[in-house]
Design a protein around this ligand. Structure first.
Ligand code: BGC
Length: 746
C-alpha cells in the first residue's frame, strides 16, 4: 500500500513538473504535440472521462435518468465537459473541482446560447426572416460576447436543420425550409459565435446541430424517424451542415432521429464517411442529450454497452448525459470490443479544442466576474437587438396602407393576450433573468414609448392564449369602439414551439380568432400582430384583418422594434423563410417542389392532376414573401449570353425601382430551374439574393452571376455534377413573383 502511494506521489510530481515545464516550451510546440504530450500521461479512465459530459448541478435541459456524484467525479477526472453551469462564479467553482484531478485537465462549459444570452435576440427563424447575413452574424457575436464573459466556452448552436414542416416545434431554432438560405445563415452564425479566432476570450465554440436531418421527422413529431433517399439528404438537408463545417464550426451534435433505420448517433455513413472523410471535419462530435442510451429504445442497441460501442465506433466522440460511455467504455476496451486507439482519437479531438480555447494556459480565462459585470447591461447590445428585431418582422398584409399609423390616430386600442406579456417575448430557448420584468420591453410599453405623447392608449386582454373563455370579448369590443385604430397582439405562447413542442393543429390557439372576429365587427381599422415560433394557420384573419405583422418572438427589445415598424420609423423588410400553409393538410408545403407528371394548369384544374380537391396547392404565404410600406418594380432580367460552358459566367442584370412613397429595402431573389435532369430537379431553387435600400423614386441595377458550379446537384450515384441542357433563371421578390429567361449550359 505504502509502495503504491509513493509511486503515485512520484508520478504526480513528474506530471506537475511536466505540466509546468509545458508552459515554458509550450510556445514552441504545436497544439497537436501538446495534445499528444497530455494524452501520453492519461490513464484509460481519464481518457474515458474526457468523453463524458454532464449537465450542471441544478439545471437540466433534458431527462436526467440517474444522479451522479458530480463533484467527486470532477475531482477524479471523470468528466470532460459540463453543460448548464451558468455564470462566472459557478463555472469557476466547477473548474476548481476539475483542477483537483490528477492531470488538472480543464473542463469545457457548454450552454444552449441559441438567440442571445443576457440580451435576448429574436428566435433564429425570425432572424432568418431578415435575410440580413451581417445582422445575423452580429447577433451571434453579441451572444458570444455576453456568454463568454459569463464563463461559457461553447454554445450548442447554430441549429441548421432544414425543416418543411411547421408542426415541428423546433422550426423556431432554424433558418427555415431552404438549403441555400439555410447554408448562408449557418455560416454567418458560426462566424458570429466563433469570432476571429477560437483563442480569443470573447469567442464561443459553435456546434452545428442536429446532425442530421432532424427537421424531417415524420409527421413533424419531435424525435421521430427520418426516412429519405440519400439524394434528397445530400441535395437538401445536408447542405447547411456542410456550410457550417466549411465555416470552421468547432463541433457537431448528432440528432435524436434515426435516418433510414439507423440512429444518427451511430450512423457511420453520415458521421464517418460524410462528415469526416468527405467534408474533412476537424472538430469533435457530441451526442444529443441522452441520444446514446436512447438507441436502446430505438431498438438498435441491446443495452448500454452495445449503444456506447456503436456510437463511439460511428464517430460520436462525446456522450451528453446518457452515461453509457463512462459506465461501459472501460470494459469495452478491456474486453477488446473497442481498441484504445479509437478512444485516443476522440480524446485527441476534444483536448485539441481545449488547447485552442486557451484553457490549458488559463482554465479560468472565461470565469471573470469583472468582465461578466461589464457585459451585464450593455446598452449597445440592446440597440443591436432592437435593430435585429425590426429587421425580422414580416409585413404580410397592408390594405389601404393602414400602416404605418398616421399622425391623425389619436386613440389606439391594444387588445389581446400578448399585449402586456413579458417573458413570452423571448420565445423558447432563452434565459430568464430576475430583472426580466423591467428589462423586456413589452408590446404595450413599446407602443407607449413611441406614441404616449401623441395618442391615447386603451387596453383589454380579451382572452387568454389557449383558454376557451370569451368573457373578456365585451370589454375588448367596447374599447375598440372608442379607438381610431385597433392593434391586436395574438399568437402562441412561447413554449408552444421549441423542443418537444410539436403541434398537430397550428391554428391560432384558443378563442383568439373568435376575438379577432368580434373586434373586426366593430368596423375599426384592424392591425394584427402575430407572435409565434412557427408558421401558423389563420385564414379568416388573413382574409379580413386590414394589416398583419408577423413578429415571431423578438426578444428583449420586442416592444420597441414593433413600435418602430407600426409607426414607420423602420420600413419592414422581412421575408418569410418558410412557406405558410393554408391548412395542416397541405404540410409539407414548400416552394422547391418537383413538378410531378401531372402538374395542374392552374388552381382550378382538377382533371386527374396532382392537386387537392378542397384547396389550392399553393401556400397561404410563400417562402420569400414580405411586403414593404413602399412598392418596388423589378425589370425583366437581362443576360450577357444565352449559352455558358463550365468556367464561364452567366451575368444577370436587373433594375429595381422604388415606385412608392417611402424609402425602403427590398430583397431581390434569384432562382433557377434545371429543366431536364438525370434526377428530377425542383421547379425553382434559390441561388442568390441581394438586399437593396432605395430612396423613393430611386432605381438601381443589380448584378448576379451564376456559373456551372451553382447548377450542380448530387446525382443518382451521389456525384456532385451539373448536366448540360436547358435552364431557366428567374429574378423577383418571391417565388410567386418572378420574371425569367432561358439559357443553356453546354
Ligand atoms: C436538445 C439540444 C440541446 C441539448 C442540451 C437536447 O435536448 O435537442 O438541442 O443542445 O438538449 O440542452
Amino acid at each position: 500500500m505504502k509502495n503504491t502511494y509513493s509511486r503515485i506521489v512520484v508520478f504526480l510530481m513528474t506530471c506537475i513538473v511536466m505540466l509546468s515545464a509545458g508552459t515554458i516550451y509550450a510556445q514552441q510546440l504545436t497544439i497537436d504535440q501538446r495534445v499528444d504530450s497530455v494524452l501520453k500521461l492519461m490513464t484509460l479512465d481519464e481518457k474515458i472521462g474526457q468523453l463524458n459530459q454532464y449537465s450542471g448541478f441544478e439545471e437540466a435541459t433534458g431527462p436526467v435518468t440517474e444522479e451522479a456524484d458530480k463533484p467527486e467525479q470532477l475531482r477524479k477526472g471523470m468528466i470532460g465537459s459540463m453543460l448548464n453551469v451558468t455564470g462566472a462564479v459557478k463555472t469557476r467553482q466547477a473548474q476548481e473541482m476539475a483542477l483537483q484531478s490528477r492531470l488538472k485537465i480543464p473542463l469545457l462549459f457548454g450552454q444552449d446560447v441559441i438567440h442571445g444570452y443576457r440580451t435576448i435576440f429574436p428566435i433564429p427563424l425570425a432572424e432568418a426572416a431578415s435575410w440580413d447575413l451581417e445582422a445575423i452574424e452580429l447577433s451571434a457575436r453579441v451572444a458570444a460576447t455576453e456568454a463568454s464573459a459569463a464563463g461559457v466556452h461553447w454554445t450548442f448552436a447554430p441549429m441548421v436543420d432544414i425543416s418543411r414542416d411547421p408542426r415541428w416545434g423546433r422550426v423556431m431554432e432554424g433558418a427555415g425550409e431552404d438549403p441555400y438560405l439555410g447554408s448562408l445563415v449557418a455560416a454567418a452564425r458560426v462566424k458570429g459565435f466563433q469570432g476571429n479566432c477560437l483563442g480569443n476570450t470573447d469567442a464561443l465554440m459553435a456546434c452545428g446541430k442536429h446532425f442530421a436531418a432532424y427537421g424531417a421527422a415524420v409527421g413533424g413529431r419531435d424525435y421521430n424517424s427520418v426516412d429519405m433517399s440519400l439524394q434528397q439528404l445530400h441535395n437538401v438537408y445536408l447542405k447547411p451542415y456542410k456550410a457550417a463545417v466549411d465555416a470552421g464550426v468547432a463541433t457537431m451534435m448528432t440528432s435524436f432521429n434515426d435516418i433510414n433505420g439507423i440512429p444518427a448517433t451511430a450512423h457511420k455513413y453520415i458521421l464517418r464517411k460524410v462528415l469526416r472523410d468527405k467534408w474533412n471535419f476537424q472538430g469533435f462530435v457530441l451526442s444529443d442529450w441522452g441520444s446514446v442510451g436512447e438507441m436502446i429504445n430505438h431498438g438498435y442497441s441491446a443495452g448500454e454497452a452495445d449503444a456506447a460501442k456503436a456510437a463511439l465506433l460511428a464517430g460520436c466522440d462525446m456522450d451528453m448525459e446518457s452515461r453509457c460511455y463512462i459506465k461501459n467504455m472501460k470494459s469495452l476496451v478491456l474486453s477488446g470490443a473497442i481498441s484504445e486507439d479509437v478512444i485516443d482519437e476522440s480524446v485527441r479531438l476534444i483536448l485539441r479544442k481545449k488547447f485552442e480555447m486557451g484553457l490549458f494556459d488559463d482554465p479560468f480565462r472565461f470565469c471573470n466576474e469583472e468582465r461578466e459585470k461589464q457585459q451585464w447591461d450593455n446598452r449597445a447590445h440592446r440597440d443591436i437587438a432592437r435593430n435585429m428585431a425590426r429587421k425580422s418582422i414580416v409585413l404580410l398584409k397592408n390594405d389601404k396602407e393602414l400602416l404605418p399609423l398616421k399622425e391623425n390616430v389619436k386613440t389606439i386600442a391594444m387588445i389581446g393576450p400578448l399585449v402586456k406579456a413579458v417573458g413570452e417575448n423571448n420565445g423558447f430557448w432563452s434565459y430568464s433573468w430576475p430583472d426580466d420584468s423591467v428589462r423586456i420591453v413589452t408590446q404595450w410599453q413599446g407602443i407607449l414609448n413611441r406614441a404616449g405623447n401623441q395618442a391615447n392608449l386603451l387596453y383589454a386582454k380579451g382572452c387568454g392564449i389557449t383558454e376557451p373563455d370569451s368573457s373578456g370579448f365585451k370589454e375588448a369590443v367596447e374599447i375598440a369602439m372608442k379607438a381610431d385604430v385597433v392593434i391586436m397582439s395574438v399568437g402562441e405562447s412561447a413554449n408552444m414551439s421549441g423542443e418537444a413542442k410539436s403541434r398537430s393543429n397550428i391554428q391560432l390557439p384558443g378563442v383568439q380568432e373568435e376575438l379577432i372576429k368580434a373586434v373586426y365587427a366593430t368596423g375599426k381599422p384592424l392591425v394584427i400582430i402575430i407572435n409565434a415560433g412557427r408558421p401558423l394557420v389563420f385564414n379568416w384573419t388573413a382574409d379580413h384583418a386590414h394589416a398583419i405583422l408577423y413578429t415571431w418572438w423578438l426578444g428583449t427589445e420586442a416592444g420597441n422594434a414593433i413600435a418602430d415598424v407600426v409607426f414607420g420609423d423602420y420600413n419592414p423588410s422581412g421575408k418569410l423563410p418558410m412557406s405558410f400553409p393554408r391548412s395542416e393538410g397541405q404540410i409539407p408545403v414548400y416552394y422547391s417542389y418537383f413538378n410531378t407528371g401531372r402538374p395542374p394548369k392552374d388552381e382550378n384544374d382538377l382533371n386527374y392532376v396532382s392537386a387537392y380537391i378542397d384547396m389550392p396547392n399553393s401556400p397561404r404565404f410563400p417562402f420569400g414573401y414580405g411586403l414593404s410600406y413602399t412598392s418596388f418594380s423589378i425589370s425583366e432580367p437581362v443576360l450577357n449570353t444565352t449559352n455558358i460552358t463550365a468556367g464561364e459566367e452567366l451575368i444577370i442584370k436587373v433594375t429595381v425601382s422604388n415606385t412608392g412613397n417611402a424609402d425602403g429595402t427590398e430583397t431581390i431573389q434569384l432562382y433557377f430551374r434545371d429543366k431536364v435532369g438525370s434526377l428530377v430537379r425542383p421547379v425553382k431553387q434559390l441561388a442568390g439574393f441581394q438586399q437593396v435600400f432605395l430612396r423613393k423614386g430611386e432605381s438601381r441595377t443589380l448584378t448576379f452571376t451564376l456559373t456551372e458550379k451553382d447548377l450542380r446537384f448530387y446525382n443518382e450515384n451521389l456525384e456532385f455534377v451539373s448536366e448540360p441542357g436547358e435552364f431557366d433563371v428567374f429574378v423577383g421578390n418571391s417565388p410567386d413573383n418572378l420574371k425569367g429567361k432561358g439559357f443553356v449550359l453546354d
